[in-house]
Ligand binder design. Structure first.
Ligand code: PLP
Length: 412
């Protein structure tokens, strides 16, 4: 029996609190649980075109063109770069965590020259340094700026509006590539307002689906580069996708079950309302941050204003291995927490609070994390984090109850 098989033998729910994959709502699971259909049938285009249209609302764009690949967020990085760049092109990127590091790695493996602004992991992307680097590039050689909006490895959200202003202040034509894998559909994201040229996400986070879709949204400016870009591509070529998509089809067999799920998850998000989705994530995150404070621990995020509303990195005392907290939580309490990645391995554990979650689910996770921390010898009082989060959720509950009452009337 594998470790995962053993989960199904446990009584009660498994508590999934990694920052992706996230919990899948029942109605999305049910929507995916259906027979395959002919993706070349005359009924298919209406379905596809509806998905692409509604995705625009998630990216908050009028002019952007969503493209859905059977891939993941990593595929999203790749398709963004190979369709707009040529080997030898220069780009500017901020590295403030493992995912920005991997985005840079992807660019380098395609032969791009990356000017890296390295900042301490736990800090956001610095708009001033971006402006400085772009201003220094007076021949406008830098083709794009690569930023991870929400660094899932550290729990830090960078200020995209400020970075847009920095690019504009430098009066630089660079494209703005934004990895929104752990922000889109959970944290405020505004493609058009921020002048994002390629926004990238995956299905397994805010969209509340299994992994398997890499979704990008592309501005007209980025799309105009597709012919001159010389990076090799076949599977990830936007031209094949857009040609087939314009008639409501795909150039190869689409991941049908995931598309059925996407239809349902878009309905869930749009029914709740994106602003309410963002508010809910903020409220949940505030409770987690209150718990961390009550434990006497620090978040990995160094600045409160940059703390992510979709994931929190909890620093553990130097003498403790954060991986042990994750291991004990999983083994003893059926709770999956995120481990520290790369240079943060062992130094922290992460609580994912993104997707289909509510206050009481978070209280369970906070309670489980507390017990696991106590088990590995961290000096905390059981209940301290739960109480702090409860106080927080109790204060904000009236708003949530009112929101719920508008959905089913049960709190009226
Ligand atoms: N970017 C960010 C911010 C992520 O959090 C992740 C995965 O967690 C990725 C990119 C890579 O996505 P995937 O694992 O779907 O390839």
């Amino acid at each position: 029996m594998s470790g995962f098989d053993s989960l199904s033998g446990l009584v009660g729910s498994h508590f999934l609190f990694v920052p992706g994959p996230t919990n899948i709502p029942e109605r999305v699971l049910r929507a995916m649980d259906r027979a395959m259909e002919d993706h070349r049938s005359c009924a298919f285009p209406e379905f596809t075109l509806g998905l692409l249209e509604d995705l625009k609302q998630i990216f908050r764009t009028d002019d952007g063109q969503p493209i859905i690949f059977p891939a993941t967020g990593t595929g999203g990085w790749e398709t963004a770069l190979v369709n707009t760049c040529s080997p030898g092109d220069r780009v500017l990127a901020v590295r403030n965590g493992q995912f920005s590091h991997l985005f840079i790695d992807c660019a380098e493996r395609h032969g791009l020259r990356v000017d890296v602004i390295d900042v301490e992991w736990g800090e956001p992307a610095p708009p001033e340094q971006i402006e400085e680097a772009l201003t220094a590039d007076n021949i406008h050689e830098i083709r794009g700026v690569l930023i991870v909006h929400n660094e899932t490895a550290t729990g830090v959200a960078s200020d995209m509006g400020a970075i847009r202003r920095a690019i504009d202040a430098a009066d630089h034509p660079a494209l703005f590539y934004v990895d929104g894998v752990s922000s889109i559909a959970s944290i405020d994201f505004r493609m058009d307002e921020w002048g994002v040229d390629v926004a990238i996400t995956g299905s397994q986070k805010g969209l509340m689906l299994p992994a398997g879709l890499g979704i990008v949204c592309v501005s007209p400016k980025a799309l105009a580069l597709v012919e001159e870009a010389k990076c090799n591509r076949c599977f990830f070529d936007w031209r094949d996708m857009l040609k087939a998509n314009s008639a409501g089809f795909f150039p190869y067999t689409p991941a049908l079950s995931l598309l059925f799920g996407l239809r349902e998850s878009l309905d869930c998000l749009l029914e709740e309302g994106l602003e309410n989705v963002f508010d809910r994530h903020h409220r949940l995150a505030e409770g987690v941050r209150a718990a961390v404070g009550a434990w006497g621990l620090q978040t990995c995020s160094k600045r409160p204003e940059s703390s992510s509303d979709s994931v929190t990195g909890v620093m553990v005392p130097a003498e403790v291995d954060g991986a042990e907290v994750v291991e004990v939580a999983f083994r003893r309490y059926n709770l999956a927490l995120g481990a520290g990645l790369a240079r943060l391995a062992g130094k922290l554990f992460r609580i994912g609070h993104m997707g289909a979650l509510n206050e009481l689910m978070l209280l369970g996770a906070i309670g489980g994390a507390e017990m696991a921390m106590k088990d590995v010898g961290i000096d905390i009082s059981l209940g301290s984090g739960v109480t702090a989060a409860q106080e927080c959720y109790h204060r904000s509950a009236s708003t949530s109850a009112r929101a719920a009452s508008t959905v089913d009337g049960s709190f009226a």
